[in-house]
Design a protein around this ligand. Structure first.
Ligand code: A2P
Length: 337
């Protein structure tokens, strides 16, 4: 196959927690970059960031930022995506957006390449990167779903600070330091004290249903990515005092009976995941081990003894929210483009 022609790539939100990982993924995966344009707010204009052997200067994001850009990787929130994606598309770029702005639009593909890469080609300018908890929860489940359809998932998330951005990671470090030094610390980014604490996910709660926005995203996005509007999902999302890498506990129920050995065999061969399931050492997926890793770690695979029919399995996964949950998934999409 001929090697792809080098592309001009823009990163919107280049100074953010995900933005920095875009640069690392482009380097690590040897993405054919002709020119890299780093865009952020006026606050960051002029800041220097290293990319391979070059030092690049961050530019202020404006509607004129996209001339000559082939691929624009956005990770600056929904408001910025809605405001600037049209300018990027008008300039001829394909946008891979990490925010929730366009995910549920019918003509926007919502893609986890291991699951539905085929969707990418129907894009009309924007491809959406799914919610990080959705990616980490469902990438290991897809190869099982293909063989024995999953009818119900019961998910509990343990979500790191990184999902709320660089400022939230800093808040976790600073508030932990303050707590150890017996100093008061007023939360600025997250709504509750974070050090030595955990709390229900900070996304807005729907007063009518009691579900928060993060939970609703996982439910809706999973159905769209699986192309299966009937999959039922029960979910509780929680923010835990971990810097990066989310963990999820999942119990799922299949159409037909399924054994833990079948699941272990499927997971061991699945792309994008790695089996970490050592009962002898009580060693299972941990955010510390998942941090900086491309693969989602999967383990604690066991028959759900709460379902004597043999249709249900429980497992525990951990995945780097900044990589597979965000930057890596977006760069994989860009590779297909
Ligand atoms: P900046 O660092 O200049 O504020 P995170 O998800 O880690 O919070 O990062 C958010 C990213 O979005 C940062 O790169 C941030 O840039 C960028 N951003 C925030 N507001 C704007 C804006 N008004 N215009 C362009 N980029 C923005």
């Amino acid at each position: 196959m001929p090697s792809p022609s080098p592309k001009t790539v823009a990163i919107v939100g280049a100074t953010g927690a995900v933005g920095i990982e875009f640069l690392r993924c482009l380097t690590a995966r040897n993405f054919p970059v002709k020119e890299l344009r780093l865009l952020a707010s006026a606050r960051s204009a002029g800041k220097e960031i290293a990319f391979k052997e070059q030092t690049l200067r961050v530019q202020e994001l404006t509607e004129d930022s996209f001339k000559g850009v082939d691929i624009a990787l956005f990770s600056a929130g929904s408001g910025i995506a809605k405001k600037f994606a049209p300018a990027a598309i008008k300039a001829g770029a394909a946008v891979v957006d990490n925010s929730s702005a366009f995910r549920m639009d019918a003509d926007v593909p919502l893609v986890v390449p291991e699951i539905n890469a085929g969707e990418i080609k129907r894009h009309k300018g924007i491809i959406a990167n799914p919610n990080c908890s959705a990616i980490i929860s469902i990438t290991p489940l897809w190869p099982i779903h293909k063989i024995n359809p999953i009818r119900h998932m019961n998910i509990a998330t343990y979500q790191a600070a990184s999902g709320a951005g660089a400022a939230a990671m800093e808040e976790l470090v600073e508030s932990t330091r303050a707590s150890l030094e017996n100093r008061a610390y007023e939360p600025k980014v997250l709504p509750h004290p974070y050090a030595f604490n955990l709390f229900s996910h900070n996304a807005d709660i729907d007063p009518a249903t009691g579900y928060n926005g993060e939970e609703s995203k996982v439910i809706q996005e999973t159905r769209k990515i699986f192309g299966d509007p009937d999959v039922r999902i029960s979910i509780t999302c929680v923010r835990v005092p971990v810097l990066r890498a989310h963990a999820v506990a999942v119990t799922f129920t299949c159409e037909r009976p399924i054994t833990e050995q079948e699941v272990r065999t499927i997971v061991a061969k699945a792309p994008g995941v790695r089996l970490v399931d050592d009962r002898a050492r009580n060693y299972f997926p941990m955010p510390r081990d998942a941090s900086g890793q491309d693969d989602i770690l999967v383990g604690r695979i066991r028959q759900d003894i709460g379902d004597p029919s043999g249709h249900s399995i429980s497992l525990f996964s951990a995945g780097d929210q900044l990589l597979k949950g965000a930057a890596l998934n977006a760069v994989q999409i860009a590779e297909y483009l």
